[in-house]
Design a protein around this ligand. Structure first.
Ligand code: BG6
Length: 478
């Protein structure tokens, strides 16, 4: 274990995870916490309380974490690290609506002597389906767990998973409830895409290389495509997924956030406030799709064959597992430049990328069309499976003739860069250290839902195209 790193939180900290035996803990959270511990980034003194319905003892919960999460990790660790980490973990059985379970948490906090008591930092992680948020928030408040014991004592923060609401009204409602219990500085709304290294790189790359920014506008850019294409189907998440659909699941958050980072203006500085403000301005400038006609013209929805047979999915479900939306921004930088957002499940491959197509190059040098397409530069931000930036340039072919061919200039995080950080490690670390840059603000939530809600309300009249599993999607152009 590395000790004494400069990000170390010195105040004792308790993390309570609601939904501690769920999917997110197994797939991401347990590994992220253990990794942070092994790398020396966990607070100096900490405790993790897993809260869930299962009838586990502390020991059984620790074994569950080893078997379901830690054993599957691709990390070399020592027995000492494992024992040290597991010793910090305790379990609280309870239903989210059972106030006594919350009282037990309070009791557990107090029973740990003077170090990890109510005056420690307290972080509540809601790793549960959104329909439990209200109940948990209410009970946290009623049982006094949201209070600090004095102004000087440790902070209380809340980490909330997406989707944050299911439309503009429910999002505002949830926000109002949160605002009664917490100040905005205490609320961490997760969008794990913002914490991916390749996505964090976008603004650094754009604003620290002077050769790109002058071209980053409608004069030189013809269109932008944002793709979050997945090979996996809905798997065992049928009932959750059927109640949300692709647009709420990844469109309102991950896809729009990628769009914001590509389109935003340069922030005044790198503070959370400046960056979140610039992202919110982009969301606020998206031209609404708020009539049946515009929904037909600018949006496509699809569902893969076999989706309705998945456990938890309605037999006549009309939930989309695929969407493609063509959107525009009302500002001078991006006037008339279409931003295509596309995402789907059960497609032929998992590919996440942002492709920026520059306009046609000078006719003087490139007189003929190139394989039915332009001679143009293409700037691709690759997020998965490659991680990096590919830029297509034109060069003279070697030899006696004056012919052109393209070459990709490639920067790849995959090659030779070993210091990878998992997104959830970053989410947790930033929350521990109080940096809200990679979390969505109230303003962002409102603007994104203001765009998405009318699409959801108006695209019901659109045909729901079916597509084959493993295909490229419905293949309908807009
Ligand atoms: C989640 C969605 O937020 O993001 C999932 O709920 C989706 O449906 C996932 O599969 C994609 O994230 P990643 O990091 O695996 O690309």
């Amino acid at each position: 274990m590395i000790k004494n790193n400069k990000y170390k939180i010195l105040t004792p900290t308790t993390l309570v995870i609601f939904g501690a035996t769920g999917d997110l803990v197994r797939r991401k959270l347990a590994a992220a916490l253990f990794n942070l511990y092994c790398k020396g980034f966990m607070p100096d003194v900490f405790q993790i309380i897993g809260f869930s319905r299962r009838d586990y003892t502390d020991k059984q919960f620790r074994n569950f974490l080893i078997k379901e999460a830690i054993n599957n990790m691709d990390l070399k660790y020592s027995e000492e690290d494992l024992t040290g980490f597991l010793n910090k973990i305790i379990y609280q059985k309870g239903f989210f609506g059972d106030i006594n379970a919350y009282k037990n948490i309070r009791h557990k906090l107090n029973e740990n002597g003077n170090v990890l008591n109510m005056c420690a930092n307290k972080l509540y992680y809601l790793a549960v389906p959104p329909n439990f948020y209200m109940e948990i928030l209410n009970n946290l408040s009623v049982s006094g767990l949201t209070m600090s014991c004095s102004d000087e004592s440790g902070w209380t923060r809340i980490l909330i998973e997406k989707p944050f609401g299911r439309d503009i009204d429910t999002a505002i409602n949830l926000d109002d409830i949160l605002a009664k219990l917490f100040k905005e500085e205490q609320i961490y709304r997760i969008d794990h895409y913002l914490a991916k290294d390749t996505i964090r790189n976008i603004i650094f790359f754009r604003f620290s290389n002077v050769i790109f920014e002058p071209l980053w506008n409608s004069r030189f850019i013809e269109k932008v495509e944002i793709k979050l294409l997945e090979k996996e189907d809905v798997e065992n998440r049928g009932s959750y997924y059927d109640s949300v659909g692709a647009l709420r699941d990844v469109g309102q958050n991950h896809v729009l956030q990628m769009l914001a980072l590509v389109a935003m203006e340069c922030p005044e500085n790198l503070s959370a406030g400046s960056i979140r403000k610039k992202r919110a301005e982009v969301f606020n400038s998206i031209v609404p799709i708020n009539t049946k006609n515009s929904a037909k013209q600018f949006a496509v929805r699809g569902q893969y064959e076999g989706y309705r047979d998945i456990k938890g999915v309605g037999k006549d479900s009309n939930t989309e597992t695929y969407f493609k939306i063509k959107s525009f921004l009302k500002n001078s930088r991006w006037k008339n430049v279409p931003f295509y957002m596309e995402s789907g499940k059960a497609l032929k491959e998992k590919r996440i990328e942002i492709v920026i197509y520059f306009r046609e190059a000078s006719k003087l040098i490139c007189p003929d069309s190139y394989k039915n397409n332009y001679y143009r530069n293409i700037f691709t931000i690759k997020i998965y499976p490659e991680e990096g930036i590919f830029i297509r340039f034109w060069i003279k072919k070697q030899g006696l003739l004056q012919e052109l061919e393209y070459r990709d200039f490639i920067f790849s995080y995959n090659k030779g860069m070993e210091i990878k950080a998992g997104e959830y490690e970053k989410v947790l670390l930033d929350c521990f250290s109080g940096d809200q840059t990679l979390f969505t603000s109230t303003e962002e939530i409102k603007h994104t839902w203001r765009f998405i809600t009318p699409v959801l309300n108006n695209w019901n009249g659109n045909e729901l195209y079916t597509y084959k599993k493993g295909s490229a999607g419905p293949g309908v152009s807009i």
